[in-house]
Design a protein around this ligand. Structure first.
Ligand SMILES: [Fe+2]
Ligand SMILES: [Fe+2]
Length: 165
């Protein structure tokens, strides 16, 4: 089971939205770092699958719940739209990775470029005057949103388990 789903069950309901989203970032960054060191294709394939799944869940949570709440509270279209466009770019790469295997000539390049893109995107969200800081400053209900995110996350993980069964 991916670590992300374990943590959401264990502590998700008690964390605010930003803390929950940041811990997703940490998990995915750790997997990308492991990917760059992985030498066998089985390990590379497993890591890429876990990364793509975690990013799909994470971007869905942000796009369905956190970003709309951010736009409503701050009215900051520039920051909101940039984040959405970065997600779209990531989603294109995720789809390509999911459609290929580690034996594919471009597999490693796709995962590494996705890692760069995500690193940039995470920095934009977490930097001192970034999206998360602006959300806090605007007085968004981060506890309430955290509960919503945790609930939706469990739902998405359950759907995935059903699909895999
Ligand atoms: Fe994020
Ligand atoms: Fe994001």
């Amino acid at each position: 089971m991916p670590i992300a789903s374990r943590t959401s069950k264990a502590t998700g309901r008690h964390r605010d939205a930003v803390t929950l989203l940041k811990s997703d970032h940490q998990q995915v960054k750790a997997w990308f770092a492991q990917f760059t060191k992985a030498t066998d294709q089985v390990r590379q394939g497993t890591l890429a699958r876990d990364i793509c799944h975690a990013l799909r869940v994470h971007t869905t949570l942000e796009e369905e719940i956190f970003y709309p709440a951010f736009l409503e509270s701050t009215g900051n279209k520039a920051v909101h739209h940039e984040a959405e466009v970065e997600h779209q770019a990531a989603e294109r790469l995720i789809a390509e990775i999911e459609d290929s295997t580690p034996a594919d000539d471009f597999f490693t390049a796709r995962v590494n470029v996705l890692g760069e893109l995500i690193k940039h995107h995470v920095r934009e969200e977490e930097k001192p005057a970034g999206l998360f800081a602006k959300a806090r400053k605007a007085g968004m209900d981060l506890k309430g949103l955290g509960a919503q995110l945790a609930e939706r996350k469990s739902q998405l993980e359950a759907e995935r388990r059903e699909e895999a069964a």
